[in-house]
Ligand binder design. Structure first.
Ligand code: AMP
Ligand code: MG
Length: 482
């Protein structure tokens, strides 16, 4: 029985400007570490008849399946506010695979060697960060948040030099596409309208075919991406996820979470939480994520101006109107999301105060974000005396009054709350713990963590340890040295 690849590589057929045709650079001694069998199944791929050695060769890029047209994508990006020409400096897209339901997936090898876009980098990735992306992206999927997926990780048998020498690895990443805001920025910077039109039409054909006959394609695309990104960031806020590097090159046009670098989940509720060691100003702090989303969307709007209207003034006016719709839409979606977290049906004008008062209390008392909602759902979590606090008891009385509206019953509101409040998230210390074990060739803990995170809204046995807030040093940091 064959693996079942079904390649149909459309990005490869785009103009030269979009990419460099290049193969992964072979590695010394590839060794399969993780394979996501469930995801493979969803993609209609069957690896069960392939020997480990064959799979290691495949997922390292040492041997490419028939039908590949591998390439590195060109893109640009605002990194911490500064515009740079980038591109896949350590990844290749090996092709687009079609599943049986005709869904199209990019198959990308991350850590696959130097390309024309590598600048001063070595084109490689270390095992820790690739396993980290595997854990967090699969956890996001379990949380039902749009994300790129992780199919496999292989060790390369080569060392990569970062601050120290680390084992090299390659991640096989699956995405509905890897087209970014930065892809538009790269093409727009070349100032060739025909290329910009080519990209617009490609994106619409691939992701949003329902607007393909519109007279206002560029405006409609901007509106759709705005909507998708609002949904995404509201989801991040819901579970306390902090992306860490929301540069425009790390914002996907499809609305999936992409490029897991120094990301992490917040424990103690503090809107200013930042984990990334390089984000000293807190540009990408938890509470700034919606603001940055809007900022990034404004960069997309700028790229689309020549396609919105020939008259630049008019184009700016039209684009500005769309961008300025962000706040109202975000606020509404955020409020509804928080209502769901509290099990509130319908709308009451005082809801916003009820929600903000809870958040303020959580901030003041430094309580755990995830576990507070677990507490409100009467879930068994580690005891925390803070929940006996008088202010919290008073807040609960107001909440209980509000719950009585709209014929709400405990069955109804608990059911709603359980769909949006995870019982477990990838706690930072747990992630560190399993990565440490994996680096010593003990894969059991990482496999177990990934398994538990597949179903974060359900009761599972023996998960108390996974629900405990991180006991690492107080200012937990993640590093971009990926
Ligand atoms: P990232 O931080 O992974 O989003 O990467 C930002 C940019 O730096 C992208 O263009 C990457 O391809 C590039 N990059 C990151 N690490 C490396 C590396 N080790 N070698 C070459 N390019 C890299
Ligand atoms: Mg990136």
């Amino acid at each position: 029985m064959t693996i079942g690849w079904c390649f149909d590589n459309t990005y490869y057929k785009l103009s030269k400007a979009f990419k460099e045709d290049i193969k992964p650079v072979p590695v010394k001694k590839p060794e399969l570490v993780l394979l996501n069998k469930k995801l493979a199944e969803n993609l209609n791929l069957n690896f069960s008849n392939s020997e480990n050695q064959k799979l290691s060769e495949l997922f390292s890029g040492n041997s490419l399946p028939e039908g590949c047209n591998s390439l590195a994508q060109a893109y640009a990006g605002h990194q911490f506010g500064h515009f740079t020409m980038l591109g896949d400096g350590r990844a290749v897209l090996i092709g687009e695979h079609l599943s049986k339901d005709n869904k199209r997936y990019d198959i990308q090898l991350k850590g696959s060697g130097k390309t024309a876009f590598s600048r001063n980098g070595d084109g490689r990735a270390a095992l820790g960060p690739m396993l980290r992306e595997y854990i967090i992206s699969e956890a996001m999927n379990g949380l039902r948040i749009p994300t790129t997926r992780s199919l496999a990780v292989v060790k390369t048998g080569e060392d990569v030099i970062r601050e120290t020498s680390l084992p090299g690895a390659i991640l096989t990443r699956i995405a509905s596409s890897h087209i970014r805001v930065g892809t538009f920025q790269y093409i727009a910077a070349r100032q060739k309208k025909s290329e910009l039109e080519e990209l617009l039409n490609y994106v619409i054909h691939r992701h949003y075919p329902n607007i393909k006959d519109s007279k206002y394609k560029a405006e409609e695309l901007l509106n759709i991406v705005l909507e998708k990104q609002i949904n995404l960031v509201v989801n991040w806020m819901r579970v306390g996820f902090i992306h860490g590097v929301m540069n425009t090159d790390n914002m996907s046009i499809s609305g999936e979470t992409i490029d897991y670098g120094p990301c992490a989940f917040m424990d103690t509720y503090d809107p200013k939480t930042v984990f990334s060691s390089i984000d000293q100003m807190g540009r990408y702090a938890y509470c700034n994520q919606p603001i940055i989303t809007k900022w990034n969307l404004s960069r997309l709007a700028e790229c689309l101006l020549p396609l919105i209207d020939k008259d630049q003034e008019k184009a700016i006016q039209l684009a500005t109107k769309i961008i300025n719709s962000f706040e109202k839409k975000y606020e509404e979606k955020w409020l509804n999301m928080m209502r769901d977290k509290l099990g509130l049906f319908g709308v009451d004008e005082k809801d916003k105060f009820l929600i903000l008062d809870l958040l303020t209390w959580m901030h003041q008392k430094k309580v755990d974000y995830t576990n507070t909602f677990c507490h409100l759902m009467n879930e068994k979590i580690k005891e925390d005396k803070n929940y006996e606090d008088e202010d919290f008891q008073n807040w609960k009385k107001r909440w209980n009054e509000r719950l009585k509206m709209n014929n709400n019953t405990p069955e109804k509101y608990l059911k709603l709350m359980k769909t949006v409040n995870p019982l477990i998230i990838p706690r930072n210390h747990k992630v560190e713990e399993v990565l440490e074990a994996a680096e010593k060739d003990n894969l059991k803990p990482i496999i177990q963590l990934v398994e538990i995170l597949k179903d974060p809204y359900s009761h599972q046995k023996n998960i108390l340890d996974y629900q405990t807030p991180s006991n690492l040093k107080k200012n937990y940091q993640t590093f971009c040295g990926t």
